[in-house]
Design a protein around this ligand. Structure first.
Ligand code: NAP
Length: 233
């Protein structure tokens, strides 16, 4: 049984990760901005003693600090951290506002960094700690071109930057034995992905879990898709 921490667990991929990992018998610490309004997540607790729900806004440093210092003081370890919380703005280069650019960066990049940094002490208590940053093929610089949907400039830049966080933190945390990977879940039918997306959320999450399960035990600083294949940076 692993202890797994998930950000943005109120809906979408984070909620489905919570459900599937509980079913597998893991302990899940599911965090979200407003636990009292997260009805679907609260409902999971009725069927499981292994679910803890914590309030966490990834873009607020005090919120991140308070969440992880609570866990640290309780001597808790984390085996697997899903940096899942994220937002999108579909505006292109011409239309995007400065406020939106900053907000998307604040949540998708700064938030992921704050959470990763806040979780280090808890991760160090695990014998095989892994951090999974939920990235996107839209963040791949190498895949830019005619074959890929594009134009969501704030989102794309934030996910490219998140990939750099994966690469650099994999190096910076290797001496602690903490591995860090980027995973793209594919195009998924959530509030973010919309109704015409390729995958149902349960299918995407099953694929992500299988892809993570098939990773080499020493893999770190890599970028993979839901199919387990390497995605070029
Ligand atoms: N869906 C796709 O096709 C797709 C494709 C590639 C990558 N991804 C990535 O996968 C991750 C999950 O996406 P999704 O499709 O599940 O999105 P979603 O359905 O829109 O859910 C996003 C989650 O992030 C949370 N969140 C937003 N801002 C937050 C903040 N400041 N602090 C804490 N939580 C916050 C939301 O909480 P609230 O309920 O409180 O708003 C919600 O739980 C994202 O990082 C996304 O970029 C998704």
């Amino acid at each position: 049984m692993k202890t797994i921490f998930i950000t943005g667990a109120s809906r979408g991929i984070g909620l489905e990760l919570t459900k599937q990992l509980l079913t597998e018998g893991h302990k899940v610490i599911a965090s979200c901005r407003n636990p009292e309004d997260a009805d679907a997540l609260l409902a999971c607790r009725e069927n499981s003693d292994h679910l803890e729900i914590m309030g966490l806004r990834v873009d607020e440093e005090n919120s991140v600090r308070s969440c992880f210092s609570t866990l640290e003081q309780a001597g808790r370890g984390i085996d697997l951290l899903f940096n899942n919380a994220g937002i999108i703005d579909w505006d292109d280069l011409h239309a995007v506002s400065t406020e939106s650019l900053e907000k998307v960066y604040r949540i998708n990049l700064v938030g992921a960094l704050l959470v990763l940094r806040g979780a280090i002490s808890c991760l160090r208590k695990s014998s095989d700690p892994l951090v999974v940053n939920l990235s996107s093929r839209l963040g791949s610089i190498a895949l830019r071109g005619n074959t890929q949907l594009g134009g969501a400039i704030a989102y794309q830049c934030s996910k490219a930057a998140l990939n750099m966080l994966t690469r650099q933190s994999a190096i910076d945390l290797s001496s602690f034995g903490i591995r860090v990977v980027s995973v793209s879940p594919g195009w998924v039918r959530t509030d973010m992905g919309g109704e015409t997306a390729k995958y149902e959320v349960d299918e995407s999450v099953r694929l992500i879990r299988a892809a993570l399960g098939n990773l080499q035990p020493t893999a770190t600083g890599v970028f993979i898709g839901e199919d387990g294949a390497t995605i070029p940076w």
